[in-house]
Design a protein around this ligand. Structure first.
Ligand SMILES: [Fe+2]
Ligand SMILES: [Fe+2]
Length: 296
C-alpha cells in the first residue's frame, strides 16, 4: 500500500515537472463552468465560443460535416447549439481543443494518426453504447463521448513528454511481446497511461466522472461512480480495437474484455457484430474529425 502511494507521489512529481504540458485553452474552462450551471442559456455559450474565432470556425465546420448529417446549413454558433444541443457542442469544443493542444507538439505522424483514429472510434462507440442503454440521458451520452476521446490521453503524454518512461515501457514490451500495454507500463514504471491521463484530467479540472472513467478504463470494476462510464468506455475501447484500428488481434482484445462490463452495458455477445456495423458506418462519416486532428 505504502509502495503504491510512493509511486503515485513520484508520478505526480514527474507530471508536475513537465513544464510544457498542454493546458486547455481558457475558453474550454469557461465553457465547462458555464455548462455545469443548469441555468445556462445557449446564448451565453455562443458568446464565449464566438470570442475565439479559430474555434468558432471549427465548430461550424464540424457541425456542417457529414457526421451530423443536418439538413439545414448551420451558419452561427448559437444555431449550432440550438440544433445540436449544448452537450454536443461541448464535445466539439473539447475535441477541437485537445487536437489543437497536441498537434502543436509535432511528433511522429504515424503514431498521431493511429492514436486519433482509436480515440475517435472509442468516443463514437461510447456514445453509441450509452444511447442504447435504457433510461440514459443525452448528457450522459455526450460525457461518454468525451471519456472515449480522452481515455488514452496518458499514452500521448508519455509519448510526447516523458521520453525516458516511454523508452522503458518499449524495452519491456520488446522482451514481453504479448503483454498488454497497461500491464507492461505497470511492470516497467509502477503506473499506467490510465493514471497519467487521470492526473492530466485533474490538472485540467475536468469533471470528476471523466477523471474516474479515464483512470479505470482497463479495470472498470475499481470505479466507484454511480453512472458506469468506466464500464462503457471499457467496452467501447474493445469495439474500437476490433472494428477500426486493428492494433490488436481478436484474441488479444477478447482476453482484455471484462464480461461484467458487457453485462452492465447490456450488450449480449451476439449483439457485438451489429454494434460493430453501426460503429463502422458512423465512423466513416467522421473524416472531418480525423482531418482536424491530424492535418497541420
Ligand atoms: Fe488504455
Ligand atoms: Fe484505448
Amino acid at each position: 500500500m505504502q509502495e503504491a502511494q510512493e509511486t503515485l507521489h513520484r508520478l505526480q512529481e514527474s507530471i508536475g515537472r513537465i513544464s510544457n504540458l498542454p493546458t486547455p485553452p481558457m475558453v474550454f474552462e469557461q465553457i465547462n463552468r458555464v455548462i455545469n450551471n443548469p441555468k445556462t442559456s445557449a446564448y451565453e455559450i455562443a458568446a464565449i465560443i464566438s470570442e475565439d474565432p479559430a474555434l468558432s470556425v471549427k465548430v461550424l465546420k464540424l457541425s456542417n460535416s457529414a457526421f451530423y448529417g443536418l439538413r439545414q446549413e448551420v451558419t452561427s454558433i448559437k444555431q449550432a447549439i440550438v440544433i445540436m444541443g449544448i452537450e454536443a457542442v461541448r464535445s466539439l469544443v473539447l475535441s477541437t481543443a485537445v487536437f489543437d493542444m497536441f498537434r502543436k507538439s509535432g511528433f511522429d505522424p504515424e503514431f498521431q494518426e493511429r492514436f486519433w483514429r482509436h480515440s475517435l472510434a472509442t468516443a463514437f462507440s461510447s456514445r453509441l453504447i450509452v444511447r442504447k442503454m435504457p433510461g440514459s440521458r443525452i448528457t450522459e451520452a455526450e460525457l461518454a463521448f468525451s471519456v472515449g476521446l480522452l481515455h488514452d490521453i496518458g499514452q500521448l503524454v508519455l509519448f510526447s513528454h516523458m521520453p525516458t518512461e516511454f523508452a522503458l515501457v518499449k524495452a519491456y514490451r520488446e522482451v514481453n511481446e504479448d503483454t498488454p500495454l497497461h500491464i507492461a507500463e505497470q511492470q516497467a514504471l509502477g503506473y499506467t497511461h490510465a493514471d497519467v491521463g487521470a492526473l492530466l484530467a485533474l490538472k485540467w479540472k475536468l469533471p470528476g466522472e471523466l477523471q474516474d472513467a479515464i483512470q479505470h478504463h482497463h479495470l472498470p470494476q475499481l470505479s466507484e461512480q454511480k453512472y458506469p462510464h468506466a464500464y462503457v468506455v471499457h467496452v467501447a475501447n474493445y469495439l474500437a480495437h476490433l472494428t477500426i484500428d486493428n492494433t490488436m488481434t481478436r484474441e488479444q482484445a477478447d482476453r482484455q474484455l471484462s464480461e461484467e462490463a458487457l453485462t452492465i452495458t447490456g450488450i449480449a455477445h451476439d449483439q457485438i457484430p451489429a454494434f460493430r456495423e453501426v460503429l463502422l458506418a458512423e465512423y466513416s462519416k467522421a473524416e472531418t474529425f480525423v482531418q482536424m486532428a491530424t492535418s497541420p
